[in-house]
Design a protein around this ligand. Structure first.
Ligand code: C5P
Length: 233
């Protein structure tokens, strides 16, 4: 679980994973969901470099007996991809299936976690949960300065587009190989499945969930609080 981002788009304050949602840090929500899945034996959390001890203490307190997955906390890197690599390096030797889940998606239902893990166990090498798009999407030439009009290049057919979420699931050997290749070739991707595609692997999509949205901007925190309040009522 990469959780080492600063979360600058959320505004000033603590690293994103340590901000609270319903009085509980975002990271704790996310770890609890994974630990609740029967498919998950070990959770490796990749923490901000200067926050490893704090995250270890927080999770030791927050994860109960039932959520009995083993927990490992390691320091992250400067990019998400580096952080994922640090997490991969800390996996136990006997692990064959890896789920990469952004701490920033604390409300993903456990059914999505289970479905992704099952699809890898059933033979897929890379699996992403995704949802159809509500908005039509335009490809543009990005403006040279903020606020300038941007010329439209194309309008992809919305029916063929999906917005991808996490956890993304992988055969461990495949994920190790594409991350090593990305280092060799100097490639940086925002998405692990994107690396598999880039290096010739096959990625499949399974249904995601609208509540697996990423907490990125202040409005996402408002929405996440509302979802949590509805679940608790
Ligand atoms: O920045 P973005 O929203 O894409 O981050 C997605 C996830 O990657 C977050 O959970 C964030 O904490 C993590 N991340 C990381 N190390 C970084 C940057 C982001 O673990 N250097």
């Amino acid at each position: 679980m990469p959780a080492a981002g600063r979360g600058e788009r959320l505004g000033p304050g603590a690293p994103k994973a340590l901000r609270e949602l319903g009085g509980v840090p975002i990271l704790v929500h996310a770890v609890r969901v994974l630990a609740r899945s029967r498919a998950v034996g070990t959770v490796v959390v990749v923490a901000p470099k200067d926050g490893v001890a704090e995250v270890r203490a927080l999770l030791a307190d927050a994860i109960g007996e039932r959520e009995s997955a083993a927990l490992v906390v390691v320091p992250g890197g400067d990019t998400r991809q580096e952080s994922v690599r640090a997490g991969l390096a800390a996996l136990p030797a006997d692990v064959d299936v890896v789920l990469v889940h952004d701490a920033a998606r604390p409300l993903v239902p456990v059914d999505v976690v289970d479905a992704v893990a099952r699809t890898v166990a059933d033979g897929a090498e890379a699996v992403v949960p995704a949802v159809p798009l509500a908005d039509t999407v335009k490809q543009v030439t990005p403006a040279q300065a903020p606020g300038l009009p941007e010329p439209v290049i194309a309008t992809p057919d919305r029916a063929t587009l999906r917005a991808v979420q996490t956890p993304q699931g992988f055969r461990r050997d495949v994920l190790d190989r594409v991350h090593a290749k990305a280092v060799e070739e100097g490639v940086d991707a925002t998405d692990d499945a994107g690396l598999v595609e880039r290096f010739g692997g096959r990625v499949v999509v399974v249904p995601g969930h609208e509540e697996a949205f990423k907490v990125t901007r202040p409005l996402d925190l408002v929405l996440a609080e509302a979802v949590l309040a509805r679940r608790r009522s």
